[in-house]
Design a protein around this ligand. Structure first.
Ligand code: 7RM
Length: 619
């Protein structure tokens, strides 16, 4: 820990020196002339002048090192089919698919929407984009046609990569059909590549759609890895904010790869014989940074699993850990709580002695779940790295370093090297120990978001307006007497359902788009497994009665507009919503009602207090 203290102090005294040293571990086609250009803050340029290819760093480099025949991905399909893919094979397939895209006119800078199941081709599609400089935008396979359409319109993607379907809990998710629905009355998309996965019946549109296997059949497995500017966009990933419109978080190449590669190496203490497994989906930032770019830049061997944790039963993960002798396992607190509920006998069936390091991400982990993870999965032997970071930060920011940082259940502990994290009060002063405040990052870091796609004003306003030159994370936090960071939760109207960010406004606008609904307010209620569950308060249009069916119908409607994770657990019909005199819905009061039943906070700005009384009665 003393070494950490010293290294960290040195790294934040001169972050550019620290990050330049880390970046130099990557393979650059041309080296940079300036490490950081912060003149146009908050628009950062890292490693300006440098040229790099992310796919080359993830693939060619390891093949050139003589590791081509080593397995990169041990893939497990939900129905039980498996594939082991070497670095050479991954490189050939990436090149073939990159050539297929080039043959159909995809160019550097074009946006490509990826809507895939958790199959190796999802990673191959991302790397193929990176190889040719196309900007990928992965949409989670659980999202709906409407979500695809919104992201297509915002990103102006002209190519989609999808599959006929993907397996989830024994069912086929109709991915291609969802794409078709998104493309009804929308003709800006020129190419749809379709991977055959489930053999479910689909429609192909002549001239626009092509099977992956047909498009790659005659393609060479050589595709040059052009060096792109360090600041060339690598991907856009949409994430929820406090308005109904998801933000297109833009990451660029050199800095993002430096951040993910460095953190993967140190946080997971990666060694060459490790078998690593991150259970996230590539549709989330965790899948981008810690399935694709971080591990692959380090040449890690990893497990990738297509399906649900309880298919066919709740021991599926542990069976996979035992079978592949997984050594590093990275998952979300919500999954851990679900395993606790399912019962220890599922764990006891399998030999988990290969594990040496465990990780969590996505939300605060409650100490009970931490203890269970530590004892039951890690047999008291494996450190747990509780990693705090965001879609925006690109890479892990606050985390223990295994072996060095003494652990405490429930805290992500200390900032990573090169990261100047702090907690500030309203006036911008640093909070003392045990004083709650706003989590910020005081100095730029290489994997930081560069902007919100096509909305630089929203980028400035959301993250850089509170404190001059300082990044506002949007989380509330405090430090303890050991300067460990305890993350309390979001400060804005963003929910965290099973580790997934969801804007209250997104759920509300989905509800209001239903013909029966006049107004809606969505809030979070604590939930044993999901962390938070969505509760929606709904007022109906004049003359409409909610009857028995409407709540169910509205749940389905939200599922169709956003995706199943956004469906409210509970819909409450009400005559009115609590509002301020200026007409703003006071979600805080609704939250108090759904969490405790009682309203204790300040109600002086409430227009009509009777509203609260009647909502409590209805409760
Ligand atoms: C990686 C990811 C980001 C939000 C973030 C926090 C919460 C994530 C932790 C955590 C406490 C953690 N990206 N969060 N990790 N809270 N401890 N270890 O989740 O963009 O989808 O979400 O998630 O509120 O702001 S994300």
């Amino acid at each position: 820990m003393d070494d950490y203290e010293e290294l960290h102090a040195k790294s934040i005294a001169d972050p550019e020196a620290f990050w330049a040293e880390q970046a130099a571990e990557l393979s650059w086609q041309k080296s940079w002339h300036s490490v950081l250009d912060w003149n146009d803050a908050p628009f950062a340029k890292w490693f300006d002048g440098g040229k790099i290819n992310a796919a080359e760093n993830c693939l060619d480099r390891h093949v050139a090192d003589g590791r081509g025949d080593e397995v990169a991905i041990y893939w497990v399909g939900e129905p039980g089919d498996t594939r082991n893919i070497t670095f050479s094979e991954l490189l050939s397939e990436t090149c073939r698919f990159a050539n297929a895209m080039i043959a159909r006119g995809v160019k550097s800078g074009d946006r490509v929407l990826i809507y895939m199941p958790m199959v190796p081709e999802a990673a191959i599609a991302m790397l193929a984009c990176a190889r040719i400089g196309a900007v990928h935008s992965v949409v989670f396979g659980g999202f709906s046609a409407t979500s695809i359409k919104d992201r297509l319109e915002d990103s102006e993607a002209t190519t989609i990569i999808t599959a006929d379907g993907g397996w989830r809990r024994g069912n086929v998710v109709p991915l291609k059909a969802n794409v078709d629905e998104a493309l009804e009355n929308y003709d800006a998309v020129e190419n749809v590549f379709v991977l055959k996965r489930c053999e479910n019946e689909i429609k192909m549109t002549e001239g626009r759609d092509a099977w992956w296997h047909d498009a790659t059949a005659d393609m060479s497995d050589f595709c040059p890895a052009e060096g792109f500017d360090a600041e060339h966009p690598l991907f856009i990933l949409y994430t929820s904010g406090s308005t109904g419109k998801p933000k297109g978080i833009l990451h660029t190449t050199g800095g993002y790869l430096t951040g993910t590669a460095t953190t993967f190496k140190y946080v997971f203490d990666h060694q060459k014989d490790d078998i690593y497994w991150c259970t996230a989906d590539v549709g989330w930032i965790t899948g981008h940074s810690y399935i694709v770019y971080g591990p692959m830049a380090n040449g890690a061997a990893q497990v990738m699993y297509e399906g649900a944790p309880n298919q066919p039963d709740w021991d599926r993960f542990w069976q996979i850990v035992a079978e592949y002798k997984v050594t590093i396992f990275y998952t979300a607190p919500t999954a851990i709580r679900a395993f606790i509920k399912a019962g220890d006998h599922h764990v006891d069936k399998h030999d988990l002695s290969s594990l040496r390091l465990l990780g969590t991400v996505g939300e605060p982990i409650n100490p009970e779940a931490w203890m269970w993870y530590h004892e039951k999965i890690g047999a008291g032997r494996c450190p747990i790295v509780d990693t705090w970071w965001q879609t925006e930060t690109g890479a892990i920011m606050i985390t223990p370093l295994p072996g060095a940082t003494p652990l405490k259940p429930g805290t992500a502990t200390r900032p990573f090297l090169g990261i100047d994290a702090a907690i500030l009060d309203e006036t911008g002063e640093e909070c003392g120990p045990n004083e709650g405040g706003k989590l910020v990052i005081r100095k730029p870091w290489p994997s930081m978001l560069r902007t919100i796609y096509k909305d630089p004003e929203r980028f400035k306003e959301t993250y850089w307006n509170e404190y001059e030159g300082i990044y506002l994370a949007g989380d509330g936090a405090r430090t303890d007497d050991d300067s460990y960071f305890w993350i309390v939760g979001r400060l804005d109207d963003v929910l965290n359902v099973s580790g997934h960010r969801l804007g209250t406004a997104e759920v509300e606008s989905a509800l209001v788009s239903h013909e029966a609904v006049a107004e809606a307010a969505a809030v979070g209620r604590p939930h044993d497994i999901k962390g938070q569950a969505v509760v929606a308060f709904v007022t109906l249009k004049e003359g409409i009665d909610h009857g028995d069916e409407l709540a169910l119908e509205l749940r389905q409607h939200v599922g169709a507009e956003i995706g199943a994770i956004a469906k409210p657990d509970d819909i409450r019909f009400t005559q009115t919503l609590p509002k301020t005199r200026s007409g703003k819905i006071m979600r805080r009061l609704l939250k108090e009602i759904v969490s405790g039943g009682e309203v204790k906070g300040d109600t002086t700005t409430l227009e009509d207090f009777n509203v609260v009384a009647s909502l409590q009665k209805e409760d």
